[in-house]
Write a protein that binds this ligand. Structure first.
Ligand SMILES: Nc1nc2c(c(=O)[nH]1)N[C@H]1C(S)=C(S)[C@@H](COP(=O)(O)O)O[C@H]1N2
Ligand SMILES: [Mo]
Length: 302
Protein backbone atom coordinates (compact mmCIF):
# COMPACT_ATOMS: atom_id res chain seq x y z
CA UNK A 1 0.00 0.00 0.00
CA UNK A 2 3.01 2.25 0.19
CA UNK A 3 4.48 2.02 -3.29
CA UNK A 4 4.31 5.08 -5.52
CA UNK A 5 2.56 4.65 -8.82
CA UNK A 6 4.70 3.51 -11.72
CA UNK A 7 3.13 4.03 -15.12
CA UNK A 8 3.59 0.47 -16.27
CA UNK A 9 0.33 0.12 -18.14
CA UNK A 10 0.36 -0.43 -21.85
CA UNK A 11 -1.96 1.45 -24.17
CA UNK A 12 -5.35 -0.13 -24.64
CA UNK A 13 -5.13 -3.54 -26.18
CA UNK A 14 -8.39 -3.09 -27.93
CA UNK A 15 -9.25 -6.00 -30.13
CA UNK A 16 -10.86 -8.62 -27.90
CA UNK A 17 -12.38 -6.08 -25.54
CA UNK A 18 -13.91 -3.92 -28.24
CA UNK A 19 -15.55 -6.97 -29.81
CA UNK A 20 -16.85 -7.86 -26.41
CA UNK A 21 -18.08 -4.33 -25.78
CA UNK A 22 -20.01 -4.37 -29.03
CA UNK A 23 -21.65 -7.56 -27.94
CA UNK A 24 -22.54 -5.94 -24.60
CA UNK A 25 -24.06 -2.95 -26.31
CA UNK A 26 -26.18 -5.20 -28.48
CA UNK A 27 -27.31 -7.18 -25.49
CA UNK A 28 -27.96 -4.09 -23.41
CA UNK A 29 -31.13 -3.29 -25.31
CA UNK A 30 -32.46 -6.82 -25.18
CA UNK A 31 -33.58 -9.50 -22.83
CA UNK A 32 -30.14 -9.87 -21.26
CA UNK A 33 -30.46 -6.40 -19.77
CA UNK A 34 -33.69 -7.43 -18.08
CA UNK A 35 -32.03 -10.46 -16.58
CA UNK A 36 -29.00 -8.76 -15.09
CA UNK A 37 -29.28 -5.03 -15.70
CA UNK A 38 -30.67 -3.73 -12.44
CA UNK A 39 -27.97 -5.37 -10.38
CA UNK A 40 -25.14 -5.35 -12.89
CA UNK A 41 -25.29 -1.61 -13.38
CA UNK A 42 -27.32 -0.31 -10.48
CA UNK A 43 -26.60 3.35 -11.05
CA UNK A 44 -26.28 5.21 -14.33
CA UNK A 45 -26.78 2.10 -16.41
CA UNK A 46 -24.65 2.01 -19.51
CA UNK A 47 -22.03 4.52 -18.41
CA UNK A 48 -19.46 2.05 -17.11
CA UNK A 49 -16.77 1.23 -19.64
CA UNK A 50 -14.67 -1.66 -18.41
CA UNK A 51 -10.91 -1.51 -18.31
CA UNK A 52 -9.06 -3.72 -20.75
CA UNK A 53 -8.12 -7.23 -19.71
CA UNK A 54 -4.48 -6.14 -20.08
CA UNK A 55 -4.98 -3.39 -17.49
CA UNK A 56 -6.97 -5.60 -15.14
CA UNK A 57 -4.31 -8.35 -15.21
CA UNK A 58 -1.16 -6.22 -15.08
CA UNK A 59 -1.78 -3.69 -12.29
CA UNK A 60 -2.59 -5.70 -9.18
CA UNK A 61 -2.34 -5.93 -5.44
CA UNK A 62 -1.71 -9.49 -4.29
CA UNK A 63 0.91 -9.40 -1.55
CA UNK A 64 1.31 -13.19 -1.51
CA UNK A 65 3.28 -12.60 -4.72
CA UNK A 66 5.09 -9.44 -3.68
CA UNK A 67 4.24 -5.84 -2.86
CA UNK A 68 4.78 -4.34 -6.33
CA UNK A 69 1.88 -3.73 -8.71
CA UNK A 70 3.54 -5.89 -11.38
CA UNK A 71 4.69 -8.71 -9.06
CA UNK A 72 1.40 -10.66 -9.24
CA UNK A 73 1.48 -10.74 -13.06
CA UNK A 74 5.11 -11.93 -12.88
CA UNK A 75 4.76 -14.63 -10.22
CA UNK A 76 1.15 -15.76 -9.85
CA UNK A 77 1.40 -18.24 -12.73
CA UNK A 78 3.26 -20.47 -10.23
CA UNK A 79 0.07 -21.00 -8.25
CA UNK A 80 -1.70 -24.34 -8.69
CA UNK A 81 -5.41 -23.56 -8.75
CA UNK A 82 -6.75 -27.04 -9.49
CA UNK A 83 -7.66 -29.04 -7.52
CA UNK A 84 -9.09 -26.44 -5.13
CA UNK A 85 -11.11 -26.91 -1.98
CA UNK A 86 -12.87 -24.47 0.30
CA UNK A 87 -13.38 -25.27 3.94
CA UNK A 88 -16.66 -23.90 5.25
CA UNK A 89 -16.97 -24.06 9.01
CA UNK A 90 -18.22 -22.32 12.13
CA UNK A 91 -21.90 -21.64 12.59
CA UNK A 92 -23.28 -23.53 9.59
CA UNK A 93 -25.55 -26.57 9.28
CA UNK A 94 -23.35 -28.32 6.72
CA UNK A 95 -19.71 -27.68 7.55
CA UNK A 96 -17.16 -29.38 5.35
CA UNK A 97 -14.30 -29.15 2.93
CA UNK A 98 -15.90 -28.74 -0.48
CA UNK A 99 -14.22 -29.25 -3.82
CA UNK A 100 -14.74 -25.97 -5.69
CA UNK A 101 -16.78 -27.61 -8.44
CA UNK A 102 -19.13 -29.16 -5.93
CA UNK A 103 -19.68 -25.80 -4.28
CA UNK A 104 -20.35 -23.97 -7.55
CA UNK A 105 -22.28 -26.96 -8.86
CA UNK A 106 -25.56 -25.81 -10.37
CA UNK A 107 -25.14 -22.08 -9.76
CA UNK A 108 -25.56 -19.86 -12.80
CA UNK A 109 -22.52 -17.77 -13.59
CA UNK A 110 -23.57 -14.17 -14.17
CA UNK A 111 -21.72 -11.17 -15.47
CA UNK A 112 -21.51 -8.04 -13.31
CA UNK A 113 -19.74 -4.87 -14.36
CA UNK A 114 -18.63 -3.13 -11.17
CA UNK A 115 -16.57 -0.14 -10.24
CA UNK A 116 -13.49 -1.19 -8.27
CA UNK A 117 -11.89 1.38 -5.94
CA UNK A 118 -8.62 0.66 -4.13
CA UNK A 119 -7.98 2.40 -0.81
CA UNK A 120 -4.81 3.78 -2.48
CA UNK A 121 -7.10 6.06 -4.54
CA UNK A 122 -6.97 4.39 -7.95
CA UNK A 123 -9.87 2.71 -9.67
CA UNK A 124 -10.91 0.46 -12.53
CA UNK A 125 -14.14 -0.96 -13.91
CA UNK A 126 -14.15 -4.75 -14.05
CA UNK A 127 -16.56 -7.15 -15.78
CA UNK A 128 -16.69 -10.02 -13.32
CA UNK A 129 -18.22 -13.45 -13.79
CA UNK A 130 -19.52 -15.23 -10.74
CA UNK A 131 -22.48 -15.61 -8.44
CA UNK A 132 -23.89 -14.04 -5.31
CA UNK A 133 -22.17 -15.13 -2.11
CA UNK A 134 -25.60 -15.55 -0.49
CA UNK A 135 -26.23 -18.54 -2.78
CA UNK A 136 -23.30 -20.42 -1.27
CA UNK A 137 -24.23 -19.37 2.25
CA UNK A 138 -27.79 -20.59 1.69
CA UNK A 139 -26.47 -23.94 0.48
CA UNK A 140 -24.43 -24.54 3.63
CA UNK A 141 -27.11 -23.18 5.94
CA UNK A 142 -26.21 -20.23 8.14
CA UNK A 143 -27.18 -20.84 11.77
CA UNK A 144 -29.19 -18.36 13.82
CA UNK A 145 -26.39 -16.97 16.00
CA UNK A 146 -24.00 -16.17 13.13
CA UNK A 147 -23.29 -12.45 12.70
CA UNK A 148 -20.13 -12.23 10.57
CA UNK A 149 -18.39 -14.11 7.79
CA UNK A 150 -14.61 -14.56 7.89
CA UNK A 151 -12.53 -15.43 4.82
CA UNK A 152 -8.98 -16.72 4.40
CA UNK A 153 -6.63 -16.92 1.43
CA UNK A 154 -4.42 -19.91 0.69
CA UNK A 155 -1.08 -20.20 2.50
CA UNK A 156 1.41 -21.96 0.24
CA UNK A 157 4.84 -20.35 0.47
CA UNK A 158 6.32 -22.79 -2.09
CA UNK A 159 4.14 -21.15 -4.71
CA UNK A 160 3.71 -17.71 -3.18
CA UNK A 161 7.03 -15.88 -3.01
CA UNK A 162 5.55 -13.04 -0.95
CA UNK A 163 4.92 -15.54 1.85
CA UNK A 164 8.61 -16.50 2.00
CA UNK A 165 11.10 -14.49 4.01
CA UNK A 166 10.66 -10.85 4.78
CA UNK A 167 8.48 -9.24 2.09
CA UNK A 168 5.69 -7.57 4.01
CA UNK A 169 4.50 -7.42 7.60
CA UNK A 170 1.43 -9.47 6.87
CA UNK A 171 0.79 -12.42 9.15
CA UNK A 172 -0.51 -15.07 6.72
CA UNK A 173 -3.14 -16.08 5.83
CA UNK A 174 -4.56 -12.89 4.38
CA UNK A 175 -7.89 -12.50 6.18
CA UNK A 176 -11.03 -10.54 5.52
CA UNK A 177 -14.51 -10.34 6.93
CA UNK A 178 -18.00 -8.98 6.40
CA UNK A 179 -21.02 -8.49 8.60
CA UNK A 180 -23.60 -11.15 7.73
CA UNK A 181 -26.01 -8.66 6.12
CA UNK A 182 -23.18 -7.33 3.94
CA UNK A 183 -22.27 -10.88 2.95
CA UNK A 184 -25.89 -11.69 2.06
CA UNK A 185 -26.35 -8.49 0.03
CA UNK A 186 -27.09 -9.18 -3.66
CA UNK A 187 -24.18 -6.98 -4.79
CA UNK A 188 -21.66 -9.16 -2.91
CA UNK A 189 -20.27 -11.78 -5.21
CA UNK A 190 -17.84 -14.62 -5.50
CA UNK A 191 -16.02 -14.19 -8.80
CA UNK A 192 -14.52 -16.98 -10.85
CA UNK A 193 -13.82 -15.12 -14.08
CA UNK A 194 -13.31 -11.82 -15.87
CA UNK A 195 -14.38 -11.03 -19.45
CA UNK A 196 -15.91 -14.48 -19.71
CA UNK A 197 -12.58 -16.21 -19.14
CA UNK A 198 -11.41 -18.06 -16.05
CA UNK A 199 -9.96 -15.68 -13.46
CA UNK A 200 -6.28 -14.92 -14.03
CA UNK A 201 -4.19 -16.08 -11.09
CA UNK A 202 -3.09 -12.51 -10.33
CA UNK A 203 -6.74 -11.50 -9.89
CA UNK A 204 -7.38 -14.22 -7.30
CA UNK A 205 -7.97 -17.51 -9.07
CA UNK A 206 -9.80 -19.73 -8.83
CA UNK A 207 -12.30 -17.82 -6.69
CA UNK A 208 -12.32 -14.47 -4.88
CA UNK A 209 -14.70 -12.12 -3.15
CA UNK A 210 -15.96 -8.90 -4.78
CA UNK A 211 -17.62 -6.25 -2.61
CA UNK A 212 -17.97 -3.26 -4.93
CA UNK A 213 -18.94 -0.59 -2.37
CA UNK A 214 -15.88 -1.26 -0.19
CA UNK A 215 -12.19 -0.52 -0.71
CA UNK A 216 -10.49 -3.18 -2.80
CA UNK A 217 -8.61 -4.85 0.03
CA UNK A 218 -11.89 -6.25 1.38
CA UNK A 219 -12.22 -8.27 -1.85
CA UNK A 220 -10.02 -11.15 -0.73
CA UNK A 221 -8.44 -13.40 -3.35
CA UNK A 222 -7.87 -17.14 -3.76
CA UNK A 223 -10.18 -18.13 -0.91
CA UNK A 224 -9.73 -21.47 0.89
CA UNK A 225 -11.83 -20.94 3.99
CA UNK A 226 -15.14 -19.31 4.90
CA UNK A 227 -16.16 -19.29 8.56
CA UNK A 228 -19.45 -18.13 10.07
CA UNK A 229 -18.84 -16.49 13.43
CA UNK A 230 -20.65 -14.43 16.04
CA UNK A 231 -17.93 -11.80 16.59
CA UNK A 232 -16.17 -9.37 14.26
CA UNK A 233 -13.27 -11.37 12.87
CA UNK A 234 -9.67 -10.10 12.64
CA UNK A 235 -8.84 -8.75 9.16
CA UNK A 236 -5.41 -8.30 7.61
CA UNK A 237 -5.11 -4.55 7.03
CA UNK A 238 -6.97 -3.73 10.21
CA UNK A 239 -4.53 -5.94 12.15
CA UNK A 240 -1.60 -4.11 10.55
CA UNK A 241 -2.86 -0.54 10.95
CA UNK A 242 -6.25 -0.21 12.62
CA UNK A 243 -6.27 3.61 12.54
CA UNK A 244 -5.87 3.57 8.74
CA UNK A 245 -7.93 0.56 7.67
CA UNK A 246 -11.23 0.03 9.42
CA UNK A 247 -13.24 -3.19 9.48
CA UNK A 248 -15.98 -1.63 7.33
CA UNK A 249 -13.83 0.24 4.81
CA UNK A 250 -16.79 1.45 2.83
CA UNK A 251 -15.73 3.77 0.02
CA UNK A 252 -16.38 7.26 1.38
CA UNK A 253 -15.06 10.45 -0.24
CA UNK A 254 -15.71 12.36 3.00
CA UNK A 255 -13.51 10.24 5.24
CA UNK A 256 -9.87 10.64 4.27
CA UNK A 257 -7.15 8.11 4.86
CA UNK A 258 -4.86 9.60 7.53
CA UNK A 259 -2.13 9.96 4.87
CA UNK A 260 -4.10 10.95 1.76
CA UNK A 261 -7.44 12.27 0.53
CA UNK A 262 -10.17 9.87 -0.55
CA UNK A 263 -12.17 12.60 -2.31
CA UNK A 264 -10.99 11.61 -5.79
CA UNK A 265 -9.35 8.71 -7.58
CA UNK A 266 -6.92 8.06 -10.42
CA UNK A 267 -8.63 6.13 -13.20
CA UNK A 268 -6.37 3.34 -14.42
CA UNK A 269 -6.04 3.28 -18.20
CA UNK A 270 -5.76 5.85 -20.89
CA UNK A 271 -1.96 5.61 -21.13
CA UNK A 272 -0.12 8.81 -20.24
CA UNK A 273 -3.26 10.86 -19.89
CA UNK A 274 -4.56 9.40 -16.68
CA UNK A 275 -7.78 10.96 -15.54
CA UNK A 276 -8.95 11.66 -12.02
CA UNK A 277 -12.56 11.58 -11.05
CA UNK A 278 -14.52 12.35 -7.94
CA UNK A 279 -15.00 9.35 -5.70
CA UNK A 280 -18.65 8.43 -5.18
CA UNK A 281 -20.23 7.62 -1.82
CA UNK A 282 -20.21 3.83 -1.41
CA UNK A 283 -18.41 3.80 -4.76
CA UNK A 284 -21.66 4.64 -6.57
CA UNK A 285 -23.76 1.95 -4.86
CA UNK A 286 -25.32 4.21 -2.24
CA UNK A 287 -28.91 3.50 -3.31
CA UNK A 288 -28.31 -0.22 -2.86
CA UNK A 289 -26.30 -0.31 0.38
CA UNK A 290 -26.75 2.87 2.45
CA UNK A 291 -29.60 1.27 4.41
CA UNK A 292 -27.16 -1.32 5.80
CA UNK A 293 -25.48 1.45 7.77
CA UNK A 294 -28.50 3.47 8.87
CA UNK A 295 -27.87 5.11 12.21
CA UNK A 296 -24.14 4.33 12.16
CA UNK A 297 -21.54 7.08 12.38
CA UNK A 298 -19.44 6.37 9.28
CA UNK A 299 -16.47 8.29 10.72
CA UNK A 300 -16.39 6.10 13.77
CA UNK A 301 -17.13 2.89 11.86
CA UNK A 302 -14.87 3.64 8.90
N1 LIG B 1 -5.24 -12.54 -0.64
C1 LIG B 1 -5.19 -11.27 -1.01
N2 LIG B 1 -6.30 -10.66 -1.44
C2 LIG B 1 -6.25 -9.35 -1.83
C3 LIG B 1 -5.04 -8.62 -1.75
C4 LIG B 1 -3.87 -9.31 -1.30
O1 LIG B 1 -2.76 -8.74 -1.22
N3 LIG B 1 -3.99 -10.63 -0.95
N4 LIG B 1 -5.01 -7.29 -2.11
C5 LIG B 1 -6.30 -6.56 -2.05
C6 LIG B 1 -6.22 -5.23 -2.62
S1 LIG B 1 -5.42 -4.04 -1.71
C7 LIG B 1 -6.85 -4.92 -3.78
S2 LIG B 1 -6.92 -3.31 -4.35
C8 LIG B 1 -7.47 -5.95 -4.61
C9 LIG B 1 -6.88 -5.92 -6.01
O2 LIG B 1 -7.59 -6.75 -6.87
P1 LIG B 1 -7.14 -6.86 -8.39
O3 LIG B 1 -5.66 -7.06 -8.42
O4 LIG B 1 -7.89 -8.01 -8.95
O5 LIG B 1 -7.52 -5.55 -9.03
O6 LIG B 1 -7.30 -7.26 -4.09
C10 LIG B 1 -7.43 -7.36 -2.69
N5 LIG B 1 -7.39 -8.75 -2.28
MO1 LIG C 1 -6.20 -2.05 -2.50
Amino acid sequence: MFKPFTPDLTAADVTPQSMWLNRRQLLAGGAAALATGSIAQPTRAGTLTPNTLEEITSYNNFYEFGTGKSDPAKYAHMLTTSPWEIKIDGMVDNPGTYPLQELIGDLDIEERIYRFRCVEAWSMVIPWNGFELNKVLDKVGVQAGAKYVAFETLVRPEEMPGQRGFRSNIEWPYREGLRLDEAMHPLTMMATGIYGEPMANQNGAPIRLVVPWKYGFKSIKSIVRITLVDKEPPTTWNMLQSNEYGFYSNVNPEVDHPRWSQASERVIGGGLFQQRKDTLMFNGYEDQVASLYEGMDLREFF
